[in-house]
Design a protein around this ligand. Structure first.
Ligand SMILES: [Zn+2]
Length: 434
């Protein structure tokens, strides 16, 4: 799936119509969920039938394009399925507040589907819209009267066929409305393939750096991360101060039966918007940074290896959490894998066990605390930076069996060129051609 995104330009009334469509999506989702909760053994088909009934009962549901209704329902079902899977695999989630027969707090499986309070998108399938490629405009034709909107964005609309559009999604963000065209398109078909570089690299994402690679290079975290985080916290506090507990939760968009009818103050709404905008800006900055670094890694190497980290487990350690989120590991990985696929490069995630403790030369396990920044081993290799040593281990794991007798060739004086010499030779070629 390939996603093209454009900002939408239109009249205020059109955006209100989009809001209304999004509200309907939320209504359908929550109704489906309620139906599933209230009736035992409800399957996917029953939920579909329920949506048909909803369309008969409520005219505003009928106004929404039928594929958009379907999509809302499908997404709810996906959430339910995910929960069922977690049940099957015994992944425990939050405590429910109940006490079980043995006197322990009962835990539900992770990911019990939630009622959504702030849906932000509506998704159409093959009907309900019309694209005008010449004028770069899109028209929504269902009963919600959204009408014709202009697409703002530099990407042109001509390198795909109309049938390749699988879905169209309108997304509401803090700074406007966007449309995403989801195309059935193999990115490899439209991407010029790169020449082999005969180079491999492994990266170790750490706390001190954004990452350290097996060529001995390190990339620092951009400074603006910290700065914008401070600003973000400040805006968040300001927002919280203006929140009135006695009033409805939803601020401007009060329409739920659960919240009291009184709205939050305008100042709260303003503060919330400001916070949301900043948040969006920061997340875009992170995305851009990760994207740029990932692209560079992929373009200059045939193989990129990294640790298969479960960020979820790591974030549990509170002290680390900030830096880990900051360095946006999962973003980097996502983009490495994306560009890897796009340009036909190999990306390998290796199990993360002992990559920081093992000696990259003799394999001996050298335990280190988090504050130890260097790797020292009595086998005679020079003192290495901890993250550099880890990246060598990762590369070793990724190219296992094709590494040759590299530790025997070890020339201590030339350690700095070590990795590049080795991986540049035919040791990693064997792996690649498999
Ligand atoms: Zn050693």
């Amino acid at each position: 799936m390939f996603v093209l995104e454009y900002k939408l330009r239109g009249k205020e009334s059109q955006f209100r119509a989009i809001d209304e469509a999004i509200r309907t999506v939320q209504f359908v989702r929550n109704k489906c969920l309620r139906y599933w909760q209230d009736n035992r053994g409800v399957g996917q088909k029953d939920i579909y039938k329920h949506v048909t009934a909803l369309r008969k009962e409520f005219s505003f549901v009928k106004d929404l394009n039928s594929t958009a209704c379907q999509q809302a329902c499908e997404r709810t079902w996906t959430a339910i399925l995910k929960f069922y899977n977690n049940c099957k695999n015994n992944i425990p989630g939050k405590k429910t507040g109940d006490i079980n027969a043995w006197g322990f707090p009962r835990r539900r499986a992770l990911g019990y589907p939630k009622y959504s309070k702030r849906t932000r998108s509506v998704e159409f399938k093959k009907s309900g819209w019309k694209l005008n490629r010449n004028a770069k405009k899109i028209t929504f034709t269902d009963g919600k009267n959204i009408g014709e909107l202009k697409l703002i964005g530099s990407r042109d609309l001509y390198y795909f066929q109309e049938w390749q559009i699988q879905r169209i999604r309108i997304v509401r963000r803090a700074d406007g409305y966007f449309v995403q065209l989801m195309l059935k398109l193999d990115i490899r078909d439209i991407t010029p393939q790169l020449e082999p570089t005969k180079k491999c690299v492994a990266i170790d994402v750490g706390l001190k750096y954004f990452y350290a690679d097996s060529n001995g290079e390190t990339i620092d975290c951009p400074k603006y991360y910290r700065k914008s985080e401070k600003r973000l916290n400040k805006l968040n506090r300001r927002k919280s101060r203006k929140f009135n507990k006695g009033r409805g939760l939803q601020g401007a968009e009060v329409n739920s039966a659960h919240s009291p009818s009184q709205k939050q103050s305008n100042n709260y709404i303003k503060a919330r918007k400001k916070y949301a905008k900043k948040h969006l800006k920061v997340s875009r900055q992170r995305e851009e940074f990760a994207k740029e670094k990932a692209l560079r890694l992929i373009q200059s190497n045939d193989l990129v290896a990294y640790e298969d980290l479960k960020v979820k487990n790591l974030v549990r350690n509170k002290k680390l959490a900030k830096s880990i989120n900051d360095t946006a590991w999962s973003l980097l990985r996502k983009w490495i894998e994306y560009f890897g696929l796009k340009y036909g490069r190999l990306t390998i995630a290796v199990p993360p066990h002992y990559t920081t403790s093992d000696c990259p030369s003799c394999g001996k396990r050298v335990k280190k605390s988090l504050s130890t920044r260097t790797h020292v081993c009595d086998c005679g290799i020079p003192v290495l930076d901890r993250d550099y040593a880890a990246s060598l281990n990762i590369l070793k794991k990724a190219t296992q069996g094709h590494w040759g007798s590299w530790s025997e060739q070890l020339d201590l004086n030339a350690w700095g060129d070590r990795a590049s010499i080795l991986v540049g030779s035919n040791t990693c070629q064997g792996k690649l051609s498999q």
